[in-house]
Design a protein around this ligand. Structure first.
Ligand SMILES: C[S@@+](CC[C@H](N)C(=O)[O-])C[C@H]1O[C@@H](n2cnc3c(N)ncnc32)[C@H](O)[C@@H]1O
Length: 260
């Protein structure tokens, strides 16, 4: 799995989970979960959300986390064990385009930052809708990487790197801005969106969040930037960091809709 386009490791996801706490909590609210509900977290990663969802559905409920990466599923299972929620939380190795669940099975479904990795996001959303019960809520959260913006006087290099991250590094890097269209195509009811700007003023942390080392290396190999340009880019960001003035921001988009 580690060579897949845009691959992320369990440790990386744990580091950035705190940045998304407010968005995560909002997504749980919009799932309209009641005690005893059965819910799905698709693209669950290392189980950050499934463990939190367990406390919302309660002892009579059930949470399923699904991810196609066996190392994520193993990390999530271990965390669920440590959190003492194994009785109501299971994590399965599953490909999102063909979910092994019956139609109308879950009370609600969510997915966070999965769609940016997908080659066929429409098919995956259709699967999420299929496995949700009528009147159940579907919530998808994703990044619009095209909105990533980093303050630097090297704006040309900055634009090229952002575009490469969005179009060359990820399968569906504009995912966030496309979700409204995808939801409308599924004929969901009460479709609504919310946009959350995320800003980072810590240079080293932002490099982790944007996977800058890998993106820059691949951009060099693809001829998107030269070595000299990369050095200039680094110098400008390091100077901003030294001055305590580093800043970047990106939009996270949340879509919610109800199955007919
Ligand atoms: C950026 S991570 C987000 C994880 C988690 N939702 C979170 O918020 O921490 C994306 C996850 O989607 C999973 N994923 C990517 N493509 C997938 C697919 N086609 N089917 C199932 N899972 C997939 C990855 O393995 C990864 O765990």
């Amino acid at each position: 799995m580690s060579s897949a386009k845009g691959y992320v490791a369990p440790d990386y996801l744990s580091v950035i989970a705190n940045l998304f706490n407010q968005i995560k909590e909002r997504s749980y609210t919009l799932m309209h979960i009641l005690p005893g509900h059965q819910v799905l977290d698709l693209g669950c990663g290392p189980g950050t959300d499934t463990i939190r969802l367990a406390s919302i559905v309660g002892g009579e409920g059930m949470v399923i986390g699904a991810d196609h990466d066996a190392s994520m599923v193993a990390a999530a299972e271990q965390r669920a064990e440590q959190a003492g929620v194994k009785a109501i939380v299971s994590h399965l190795c599953v490909e999102a385009t063909a979910l092994p669940f019956e139609t109308d099975y879950f009370d609600s479904c969510r997915s966070e930052r999965l769609f940016q990795h997908l080659e066929d996001p429409g098919q995956v959303l259709a699967e999420m809708v299929r496995v949700t019960k009528p009147n159940g809520w579907v919530v998808v959260v994703d990044t619009d990487w095209g909105s990533l913006s980093t303050d630097s006087d090297e704006t040309d290099i900055e634009r090229r790197l952002t575009r490469f991250l969005t179009e060359g590094f990820l399968n569906n890097g504009y995912s966030g801005r496309k979700l409204n269209r995808l939801f409308k195509q599924q004929n969901l009811l009460d479709v609504a969106y919310e946009v959350f700007p995320v800003a980072i003023s810590h240079y080293a942390f932002s490099r982790e969040v944007t996977q800058a080392d890998r993106v820059e290396q691949l951009a060099l190999e693809a001829g998107v930037i030269s070595h000299e340009e990369l050095q200039r880019w680094h110098r400008s960001l390091e100077q901003a960091d030294k001055n305590g003035a580093y800043f970047c921001s990106v939009n996270i988009v949340l879509l919610v809709g109800r199955k007919q």
